[in-house]
Design a protein around this ligand. Structure first.
Ligand code: ATP
Length: 367
């Protein structure tokens, strides 16, 4: 059953179309991440669902009911918005109870529900504290408890973790995911952080220019992006534009860039394009010493001669930039497994990646 249905929703500010004829259905219990560049209409979409912004056209249904005429507090929506902070003059308990009071929940039912919510977010016993006496992470937990306390039909989270430092952000992300799953909350989360969007969402909706460009599981979005916009926006990528030269019997198609770099693509991905934009993910590239003998065993691989330009160790990962013929560059990300010291700038290496890992998108021409 769909808890949320947006049908042909458009929102204009003057002539500017912020949300463009957008339709979106979300099933009960699903967590959906909205991802897209700044200004693509994510927050406006959430505000329309919440009732803070009226669309110019289209309908919003929550649990099968058209809510277009309802005010925000009349919609059964739990909110954790960046600009919707805790009330500083209220205790934690009062903050969590706020939505229930506003909606006329029986007074006798409120204390036990507050306790239940604080237990869910691991803040038992903090009812009487004021927000200013809590850490940023604790305050966000209270805000989540407040959003969930009304037993909403849908939960809207706008940048729920952005105010926190990196370590806390990661911890709370895992906790947030567990909590949303444990209560079965149908949720839309907007975040700039791709890792957050991909890890929180059962599904990811990528938006661009007020429209939905692609919807899919995190794996589908990353491994089978619908177009260059999604491929470039989600994850890191190296790009080559090449003209198709030949199909070979091993099921690959050869593309050649104007610098003369030859890249093989699985034919089922590249065959239909005369000219294609080819995307190579940095983690799919292996760097192999020029003298290595194992090269002989690599099947259907692209093997490009290159030279190490830069090696940067970023903790768990090492980012290596190599130069290919014609001065084009390739970013390679490898796990920091102690082999980093092997690579030094100036060193010649083979950049190796399988034909099956290259994504191909039709492009207008080779120049
Ligand atoms: P961000 O990731 O930066 O928050 P977003 O995808 O959430 O961006 P929105 O906040 O939905 O984007 O804004 C979409 C577009 O609509 C932007 O270009 C923004 O400037 C414009 N916009 C939003 N609210 C208004 C408003 N009240 N008046 C005029 N233009 C607005």
């Amino acid at each position: 059953m769909n808890v949320l249905e947006l049908n042909d929703v458009t929102k204009k500010y003057g002539e500017f179309v912020a949300v463009d004829n957008l339709s979106l259905q979300i099933e009960k219990g699903k967590v959906v991440s909205l991802l897209g560049p700044s200004g693509c209409g994510k927050t406006t979409t959430l505000r329309i669902i919440a009732g803070f912004t009226s669309p110019n056209s289209g309908t919003v249904q929550i649990a099968g009911r058209d809510v277009g005429h309802l005010r925000p507090y009349e919609r059964n929506v739990g909110l954790l918005f960046q600009d919707y902070a805790l009330f500083p003059h209220m205790t934690v308990g009062e903050n969590v109870a706020y939505g229930m009071r506003y909606r006329g929940t029986a007074q006798s039912a409120i204390p036990s529900r507050v306790k239940q919510m604080l237990s869910l977010v691991q803040l038992v016993g903090m009812e009487d504290r004021y927000p200013r006496h809590m850490s940023g992470g604790q305050q966000q937990r209270v805000a989540l408890a407040r959003a969930l306390a009304i037993d909403p039909q849908i939960v809207l989270l706008d940048e729920p973790l952005s105010a926190l430092d990196a370590k806390l952000r990661l911890e709370l992300r895992v906790e947030l995911k567990e909590i949303l799953r444990s209560v079965g909350a149908t949720t839309i989360v907007v975040t700039h952080d791709q890792d957050e969007a991909l890890s929180l969402g059962d599904e990811v909706v990528v938006m661009g220019g007020g429209k939905i460009v692609q919807r899919g599981t995190p794996t589908q979005i990353y491994e089978a992006p619908a177009d260059t916009f999604v491929a470039e926006f989600v994850g890191r990528s190296n790009w080559f534009r090449g003209a198709s030269c030949a199909q070979s019997s091993n099921g690959t198609t050869l593309f050649v860039t104007k610098e003369g770099i030859e890249i093989r693509v699985k034919s089922e991905l590249g065959r239909q394009h005369d000219t294609a934009d080819l995307c190579v993910r940095p983690e799919n590239v292996e760097l192999v010493d020029f003298a290595a003998s194992e090269l002989v065993n690599i099947k259907d691989a692209n093997v490009l001669s290159s030279k190490v330009l830069d090696v940067a160790s970023l903790g768990a990962d090492v980012h290596v930039v190599v130069e290919l013929p014609g001065k084009s560059r390739l970013l390679v990300i490898r796990k920091n497994d102690g082999r980093t010291a092997d690579l030094v700038p100036g060193q010649p290496v083979w950049a190796v990646f399988p034909a099956s890992s290259v994504l191909a998108f039709e492009a207008p021409n080779v120049n």
